[in-house]
Design a protein around this ligand. Structure first.
Ligand code: UD1
Ligand code: MG
Length: 451
């Protein structure tokens, strides 16, 4: 079905006083991405032609974040926060240059699903001029109430502070998302006044004005969890938890096993293949891809890593940005991998730091091996050839190369390149004094008896 081109306006000028934060509210993150980023991600999937974002003064970070997500976004500054209608009018120029539908979204509603927005445009296609996304609230306190007529059409939206006791009994609430198919919308919004409990220009008053003009206003209902508005940090945590629950369910549906799903934390861009098993207490930050058949054992912390099919990670492993594990790689307990490639079948099973390195296929990194990548000024690379064996407790002082198939004897401090197939050993020769221990014990126990 062909929709009219859509202008999406995202309101993000509010300071978010209730967050008690130096950061503008919409910059707070859910699953590793700003709330604004979540809302703007919706513009990619719908019929959106253009995006406008309304920010407050001194909110360069918000403008930058908006453009990072939608490079073509037009940014408008609302100099004084005089209410949501005033905020939309800050983008008057975008409204006037646009002919088609307009959808208003709030930057603090990060859980919306793209399909839901298509229900709103579908309502416009079915003849409505204004479609408001509503929901039944368990606790409607604070939300605008949707007042409907006997046909179920929307008559007006009453803000909580302005509502009568009877109106406050209504649990059908305004999510904040409103779609308009109204010619000269800016003119309609300019008629909104501020004679209300907060002295603000409420966007929600557009509904009553549209009705006066004989336009049809309707409610499209959605699940409460989708439209949670984040005004304070407890709601931020609630939104995070709803997002996580939803995403875990989607992954399990797609073939991921989680022994204790509630203890697995995902990011907005986490990609996990089929038949992956994730044990309890795993944190996955942004930029992680996990291919089919991988096992992530308990208590791992993984950010910016690519884990190829059949690999095994953990328990207690840390993969940092740029960690690339090939197929069937093993990274075991207390191993940290950063900005390093580990080729197919290579292993670092215990207590190692693999930083700024390349590990050849099938190589074995012994317990306690450290890639000494940093001299206090610059980072240097360590390259380990295929099938090499690095003995336990070795320090590889980068830049350094260990040839294919070479051996490094345990406890060595390697500062020079090692040829393929060679043994490199860097430690004092072992000394042995026969019978020493017995003599030592006798001497010490006599000494103790005297004192
Ligand atoms: C608003 C709605 C309410 C709805 C609720 C849903 C109005 C008048 N009320 O109330 O009906 O139930 O959202 O969460 O619209 N903003 C600006 N400039 C302003 C004021 C707000 O850009 O001058 C932005 C904020 O950054 C925020 C959004 O608009 O992203 C909503 O503002 P907020 O103060 O959170 O409104 P609510 O009180 O939650
Ligand atoms: Mg709000």
């Amino acid at each position: 079905m062909g929709h009219a081109p859509l202008l999406m306006i995202v309101l993000a000028a509010g300071k978010g006083t209730r967050m008690n934060s130096a950061l503008p509210k919409v910059m707070h993150k859910i699953a590793g991405r700003s709330m604004l980023g979540h809302v703007l991600a919706l513009s990619g999937q719908s019929e959106t032609r253009s995006v406008a974002v309304v920010v407050g003064p001194d909110m360069d970070a918000v403008a930058t974040e908006a453009v990072a997500h939608v490079p073509s976004a037009q940014i408008f500054v609302q100099h004084y926060q005089r209410g949501t209608a005033d905020a939309v009018l800050a983008a008057r120029e975008a409204l006037q240059n646009h002919s088609g539908d307009v959808m208003i979204l709030y930057g603090d509603t990060p859980l919306l699903q793209p399909e839901t927005l298509t229900y709103l445009t579908a309502a416009l296609d079915a003849g409505a001029h204004v479609a408001v996304l509503g929901f039944r609230a368990k606790d409607p306190t604070g939300y605008g109430r949707l007042l409907t007529d006997s046909r179920g059409d929307l008559q007006a939206i009453r803000e909580h502070k302005d509502a009568s006791d009877d109106e406050r009994q209504i649990d059908l609430c305004n999510s904040g998302v409103i779609a308009f198919r109204v010619p000269r919308l800016a003119e309609l919004l300019s008629r909104i006044g501020n004679d209300n409990a907060k002295g603000e220009f409420y966007l929600t008053d557009a509904v009553a004005l549209a009705r006066e003009d004989g336009l049809r206003c309707v409610v499209v209902a959605c699940d409460e969890n989708e439209v949670l508005g984040v005004n304070a940090r407890d709601q931020l945590a609630t939104a995070e938890s709803i997002w996580q629950t939803r995403q875990r369910a989607a992954l399990m549906r797609d073939g991921v096993t989680m022994i204790a799903p509630d203890t697995v934390w995902l990011s907005y861009d986490t990609k996990i293949g089929c038949d992956v098993i994730i044990e309890p207490n795993v944190f996955i930050g942004p930029g992680v891809t996990i291919e089919d058949g991988v096992e992530i054992l308990a208590n791992c912390y993984i950010v910016g890593a690519h884990i190829s099919a059949g690999a095994r990670v953990g328990p207690f492993a840390r993969l940092r940005p740029g960690a690339k594990l090939g197929t069937n790689v093993h990274v075991g307990n207390f191993v940290e991998v950063k900005n390093s490639d580990m080729a197919s079948g290579s292993k670092a099973n215990h207590l190692a730091y693999v930083g700024d390195g390349s590990v050849g296929a099938g190589a074995n990194i012994g317990a306690g091996t450290i890639f000494c990548n940093y001299d206090g000024f610059t980072k240097h690379r360590t390259t380990i050839g295929e099938g090499a064996f690095i003995g336990s407790n070795s320090s590889l002082v980068a830049p350094v190369k260990i040839g294919a198939g070479a051996y490094v004897g345990s406890g060595s401090v390697i500062t020079k390149d090692v040829s393929p197939g060679a043994l490199a050993l860097e430690r004092c020769e072992q000394e042995e004094r026969p019978g020493w221990a017995e003599k030592f014990r006798i001497m010490m126990s006599r000494r103790k008896a005297k004192s």
